[in-house]
Design a protein around this ligand. Sequence first.
Ligand SMILES: *[C@@H]1O[C@H](CO)[C@@H](O)[C@H](O)[C@H]1NC(C)=O
Ligand SMILES: *[C@@H]1O[C@H](CO)[C@@H](O)[C@H](O)[C@H]1NC(C)=O
Ligand SMILES: *[C@@H]1O[C@H](CO)[C@@H](O)[C@H](O)[C@H]1NC(C)=O
Length: 183
Amino acid sequence: MMVPSIPFRVFTFAALMLILHETEGIFKYKNIKCKCYEKSYCEFTTCELKVLGRGIVGLNMHAQMNQLPVTRVKAQVTTFRRFSGYRPFLYNVTVDVCGFMKNPKRYPFFFMVHDAIRNFSNFNHSCPYNHDIIINRMVLTDEMISKIPVPSGYYKLLISMASEGIWRGEVEAYVEVNVGYDR
Ligand SMILES: *[C@@H]1O[C@H](CO)[C@@H](O)[C@H](O)[C@H]1NC(C)=O
Ligand SMILES: *[C@@H]1O[C@H](CO)[C@@H](O)[C@H](O)[C@H]1NC(C)=O
Ligand SMILES: *[C@@H]1O[C@H](CO)[C@@H](O)[C@H](O)[C@H]1NC(C)=O
């Protein structure tokens, strides 16, 4: 009897896709964009996603600060969800960064964002800041998103930074949440 080979290949392909899908994790990067508004103030020399290993993607970022020290830092974090376009969704918080570093628990959402970044970054101490801001091989873990029960979909996190009351730049992180069903 001739075993038809095409259906068999289709089957193994489907099984492989299933395995990849299963091991991919529920929280993934899709894209990253960084922008400084004035080069005389700051420049991004690195802003990239890099494959670190099988199915592991890390974020590398280097914001070169051209006017130090950085003082009176404000961050605004806004989350968007993609429908036909990206629309504001769930969070829009403004944080005094130096105040936050002294008393992080007062800002629960920014605490979660910073907690995800700080192990991979020198953005990890109280003010003042006298150096470039570097993020090195930051990976996303399913645990990071576990505290925010958002539905499966595509999201954007926009972090805008100001110092001395002037908006200086922004980072947009595009991510996918895929829990395999709508929660
Ligand atoms: C987020 O909040 C800031 C400050 O309150 C406001 O200026 C901005 O328009 C808000 N953004 C969105 C997308 O609602
Ligand atoms: C950061 O590092 C600490 C100490 O190694 C660890 O306990 C914590 O779980 C890490 N946090 C993240 C978000 O990886
Ligand atoms: C912050 O990160 C830098 C660079 O990774 C590290 O050398 C330093 O010990 C960290 N500081 C704190 C307070 O965790």
